[in-house]
Every structure is written in C-alpha cells, then in structure tokens.
Design a protein around this ligand. Structure first.
Ligand SMILES: Nc1ncnc2c1ncn2[C@@H]1O[C@H](COP(=O)(O)OP(=O)(O)OP(=O)(O)O)[C@@H](O)[C@H]1O
Length: 362
C-alpha cells in the first residue's frame, strides 16, 4: 500500500528579509481533516510561513504541494485565488455593507442561485446563526462575527484552511466554545488546517499535531502529548509551562544534584547541564523532626527547603521555595488549596521520570 498523499506538503521553505532568515528550512505535511498548529513566540516566522502557503508572499526557496500537485516553487506559482485555500485571521473583518448571507456567499463562484443559497443556509445552520441570515455584521457580537467569518471561509469548500490567531480577539468565555465548534466543523469538512498561535493552551486544545517553531525553524513536531512530555530542550519546556531548573556538571555520565544523581548518557565529563522539570512534578512533604521522606527510585533524594511565598491560583496553589543547600528557588504547583506560611520548612522531591537533562547551550 502506498502512503496517502498529504493535503498540504511544504518542503524546505525559506524566506529572508534584509539578510535575516525569518523562515529557515521549514517542512510540514498535513493530511485531510488534520489540524496542525504552528506554535511559537512572537516574531518566530509563523505568519510568514502562512503567507507563503496562501501565496501572498513568495518563498526564496522550497516547494508547496496540495494533494500531491505542485502549486509553488521558485519559478512556478499558482496565484492565491486559485489555490483553494481558505483564510481566517483575527482581523479578517466581514464586509460591513453586505448582509450575513452575502458575506458567507462572497467566495461562491459556481452553482445556481438556489444552490448558493442552500450552501449559505447549511453553513449558517452549522455555526448556529441561521436566524441572522438577513442581518448585518454590526448587529452581531464579536463571537458571532467570527462564526460568520468561519462560514465565509468554508463556503467555497477549501482544501486547506489557514488560520492566524483567529480566536485571539475573543474573550475567554466565548473562545473555548467557538474553538471547539470551529474544530468540529473543519473536521466534518475534512479540511486540512494550519493554525498559527503563540498560545500553548490553544495549540494543545486544537491540534492533532504541534510544530514548535523558534527563530524561523521548526524545533520539534509531533502529537501534543509527545511534544509536551518529550521536549527537545529547555526552551521547549519553558514555552509550555513554568520550568524549574537545576544546574550541575556531568561526571561519569551522571549529574549530581540536591535531589540525587541524574543520568546524562553520552554527555562528556565536565559538560554543564540543566535538569529541568515542571512545577507540578515537585512533591512536597512535611518536616518530621528534621527528617524528610526516604529516598526512592522514582523520587530520588529529598531536599530541605523553606517556603518563600504561597499563592492561590484558582484550580491550584503555587508555592515558591528556597532550597536550604544552595539557595536556589523552585516552584511547586499543588491542586486545590495549599498555602503554607512563609518560613515553613518542608521537604521536596521530584519525579525523576519527569525531569529532563539538557546540556547548557550558550
Ligand atoms: N514584509 C516584511 N519585511 C521585513 N520584515 C518582515 C516582514 N514580514 C515579517 N518580517 C519580520 O519577520 C519576522 C517574522 O515575522 P512573522 O510575522 O512571520 O512572525 P510571527 O511568528 O507570525 O509573529 P507574531 O506572532 O508576532 O505575528 C519578524 O521579525 C518580522 O518583523
């Protein structure tokens, strides 16, 4: 059996501005019905990548294929309007002088009047806005306008939908509902989706696959679970959540820390390393007459620490500690309410299988 053809395939895309490489050898494949999130900090080249796929920006090198057909390389270029690509941007405003029906029907080039009307009604039904079919954009809330924009983008049945931070203008309560609704409609339509966002939560919520981008490059790509639990470097951990960092130097493929030794296979002696872990993986035990929990294989050795500050965050509490041994600061998150007094002495251990050992890169 041959591999199924990706709906969208970009290979080795590069783009520079004024000698600065903003998109640097980016490759991606997206299957029909799959949602891939291009996730990364502001300025890392996400939107430029999207614009090249849309065809409004030319790459310096690299190719773009849709359903196995070349749509763009450095000599051949299908114009944007013939790429069958839908666009949804945060500030992709509706046409204020057109009715909701005319906005949705704007991109429908083929079909009879009745067929077009049917498609418009069907889409508005699916975004639950059929009642506004003859209304105008200014009569709709921000969330409703966004749903009309989705219906408009979907109307011509694009093979691919490119979305650039499409939900960031919406308030939090609205956002979750609209995100989920949008996702289920896109899946039903079997559209391949490339969604650009700088918010890890949004990517985790929406994506089948996350492509983590930094300085113009995709540094890691995979299912959200894999990207989150097997980060490739310290910055990748820190991009998704707060990160605790211990410093150590490798000796005999081991890194010695207050929590015991960590394996650093293949790392040469004398290499400085960071042991990185998330606040939810720090365990807190009470001090029992100067003693802490016994060392175990899963949690390593305990280290004494003093509470510096504790804050209630809603679903969890955040406790900040100073380690007695070397004065370094660590943060722990604990479900529900746990607010020890500043100055309290406690013992900390860390889930060893949730720690990542990375050589320090400068
Ligand atoms: N037309 C342009 N001319 C010059 N520089 C540009 C141009 N477009 C983008 N850049 C630069 O390229 C870099 C990447 O921009 P891009 O918009 O792709 O980043 P981004 O990851 O989408 O960021 P954001 O999330 O803030 O939109 C930025 O430093 C930006 O200033």
């Amino acid at each position: 059996m041959t591999d199924p053809t990706p709906r969208l395939e970009i290979k080795n895309l590069r783009r520079s501005y004024g000698g600065r490489q903003v998109v640097d050898d980016v490759s991606l494949q997206i299957m029909p019905g799959q949602v891939t999130c291009l996730l990364g900090p502001s300025g890392c080249g996400k939107s430029t990548t999207l614009r090249m796929i849309a065809g409004v920006e030319m790459q310096d090198s690299g190719t773009i294929h849709v359903d196995g057909k070349l749509i763009c390389d450095t000599v051949f270029r299908v114009p944007p309007e013939r790429r069958e690509i839908g666009l949804m941007f945060q500030d992709f405003a509706l046409f204020p002088h057109l009715s909701v029906a005319d906005n949705v029907g704007f991109g429908l080039k083929t079909g009879t009047k009745a067929e077009k009307r049917n498609r418009i009604e069907d889409l508005l039904k699916r975004v639950d806005l059929l009642r506004y079919i003859d209304g105008y954009p200014h009569q709709l809330s921000g969330g409703e306008q966004q749903r009309v924009a989705l219906a408009r983008a979907l109307a011509p049945q694009p093979r691919i939908m490119l979305m650039d931070e499409p939900f960031s203008g919406l308030d939090n309560r609205l956002r979750d509902g609209i995100r989920d609704e949008t996702l289920s409609i896109l899946k039903e339509e079997d559209t391949a989706v490339l969604l650009v966002t700088h918010e890890p939560d949004e990517a985790m919520r929406m994506a089948d696959e996350i492509a983590l981008m930094r300085d113009g490059k995709i540094v890691q790509q995979g299912a959200p679970y894999n990207v989150y639990t097997r980060p490739v470097d310290r910055a990748s951990v820190a991009f998704f959540s707060d990160a605790n960092v211990l410093e150590a130097t490798v000796n005999g493929a081991l890194a010695d820390t207050v929590f015991g030794q960590f394996l650093a296979p293949g790392v040469p002696d004398g290499t400085p390393v960071n042991i990185v872990f998330r606040p939810q993986h720090l365990r807190i035990d009470f001090d029992r007459a100067g003693k802490g929990p016994r060392p175990t294989a899963t949690d390593g050795a305990p280290a004494r620490a003093v509470v510096e500050r504790a804050r209630f965050m809603g679903n969890e509490s955040l406790v900040e500690f100073v380690l007695e041994q070397d004065g370094s600061r660590l943060r722990a998150t604990v479900p529900n309410v746990f607010l020890p007094q500043p100055g309290a002495v406690m013992w900390l251990t860390v889930r060893r299988d949730r720690c990542f050992v990375f050589p320090v890169t400068r």
